[in-house]
Write a protein that binds this ligand. Sequence first.
Ligand code: TXA
Ligand code: MG
Length: 321
Amino acid sequence: MPRVVPANPAAIAEAAQLLRAGSLVAFPTETVYGLAAIATSDAAVEALYRAKGRPAHNPLIVHVATAADAWRIGRADARARALAAAFWPGPLTLVLPRRPEMAIADRATAGLATIAIRVPAHPIAQALLQAVRLPVAAPSANPSGRLSPTTAEHVARELGPDVALVLDGGACPVGLESTVVDLSDPDRATLLRPGGIPAERLRLLLPEPMTQAAGGEPARPSSPGQLASHYAPRLPLRLDASTPGPGEALLAFGPDVPNGALVTLNLSPTADPDEAAHNLFTMLRALDSSGATRIAVMPIPAHGLGAAIRDRLARAAAPRS
Ligand code: TXA
Ligand code: MG
């Protein structure tokens, strides 16, 4: 198990040093815990892929402290600047043309001509990035394909000793990953992954319609949001369930909860999508180890963060390969 320490200033300074030396460090963001490697080192990024068991063709998000830092590694147009001004720091990732002159490791972008960039808002993430003073590649800190971690304990339980340090900053406030928008085509904005900023809020600031990337399972997905199975617990899921069947655990939503489940957890008794997002991965983990044979999930409306919740649940329910 990796070492877990409270994210005080001394621990953040140690984490920054470890990162600069090429080690892996897990840290909290407002979305989920990230597993960080310095983005300028091919060796550090390779160790990161290995620790997660992540396919090498799946590129990483590069995290920086400010939008000014972002524009040094990706080429911004008016749309990128408008979205950044409105939502950075925050749970938004922009895919932009990569500036080849910058020293980002090719492995971090899986050799693509584009780069995914995010400026996180969490104070510990900000403090870490400011201490490192280099761009940091950070996917969610879970084994590839599994549920994303929203507490330090989730990270410590599922990743091995090749992670040098886990900074414990408590539970992540948003609870699911950033929204990923591809702006690399000047004539078209594409939603690659619904997430912490609802797509309807982004659309208000974009000059052209934003299309959603097609689902399915392309041979080389440009986003794991496009893989059929991802964010998966061990148990099978049954979506849009109105009543639980025998042996099922129930992931409930809203005030009216049917009886009869082996165990029930309610994402939000008041039907608040933000509260439901915050609870989603923690409750899925708890139900996954409840002794049930399957997890039944009540319907969740697609407004606000509901769209991202429905996306994660659909991936979690998809056939496993
Ligand atoms: O909230 C988050 O985004 C978290 C925290 C730690 O910041 N990170 C995260 O990273 O979710 P990860 O690696 O689990 O997801 C990265 C997403 C994937 O869907 C990946 O395919 C996509 O970003 N991505 C990265 N670079 C890309 C690129 N150049 N073009 C298209 N998609 C890209
Ligand atoms: Mg992930």
